[in-house]
Design a binder for this molecule. Sequence first.
Ligand code: SF4
Ligand code: SF4
Length: 328
Amino acid sequence: MHDMLPLLKETDFPAITRDKMHTLQVNLGYLCNQTCFHCHVNAGPRRTEIMEKKTIAQLIHLMEIADIKTLDLTGGAPEMNPHFRELVLAAKVLGVHVIDRCNLTIINEEGYEWLASFLADNAIEIAASLPCYLEDNVDKQRGNGVFQTSIDAIKKLNALGYGQADHHLTLNLVYNPQGPGLPPSQEGLQADYKRELLTRYGILFDELFTITNQPIARFGSTLVSKGQFEDYMQLLKDNFQASNVAGVMCRNLISIDWRGYVYDCDFNQMLGLHAPINSHPELHIEDLIYKAELQSALKAGLKGQPIAVMNHCYACTAGQGSSCGGAL
Ligand code: SF4
Ligand code: SF4
């Protein structure tokens, strides 16, 4: 894959500092039941990079000592980490809200019959990628049969109360554009998704999050190989909205990789751009918990600490803005 860092380094993106941290976003590893063409971590059934029990215990400890409100789990398929349930249950005991970034198909895999009811019983919020409401488009991007299996999984979740207005179980869907353009209006697309998914398949969900593609990882490499990188960067810059800067997600979250290293966001994690808390090099969750010189920063919820920004940050501020919770 193309090394994107040299292309992104020279930036005029405004310097930003952290507000109080409330979210811990964790990549539990690259093991996945799918092998999607667009996958940014190249996840798959043969990947062995997976968060170990020791790091899981450190995460739990961090939730005990820092004021964390939300634990946001991603992967791979986060549920395939053998410690997934232990981590979720520990977070619930601490009163931390849990989001599972679920690929939906895992719900129907052999050996995961426990998953749907486990998520429902623990009121876990689900965020699931569904790049289109049309079968062909989804199967092209995510593999043959993925659309139908995803629909079957949503039906199962609906039956448990997910996506139903009178329940408190949240199922949000995530959309990102297929090519080098900005997402359409989140509100308009959500209305289309709701109508089409209900009339075609009888399924319900709560909100649709539209996310702008970052010019990094596989999408970035594809732009470079097609000679579209500069144009896409220009599109992001031309649509810069200063009012979105204050709302970018890195101001309130830290992102942890499967080895326990700390980043400002998932995108910086993919770029290997470590969080520059107190200028500590290659910050690890262990440092954050135990190193004396980092304790006052942690106590302050990392407020006022710098964020490692580069040109890819323009994807978060273009147009309606973009975060892991959709438009800003
Ligand atoms: S489901 Fe998600 S993590 Fe798994 S291969 Fe597809 S994009 Fe990657
Ligand atoms: S990519 Fe977005 S979330 Fe990440 S550091 Fe840049 S502005 Fe923040």
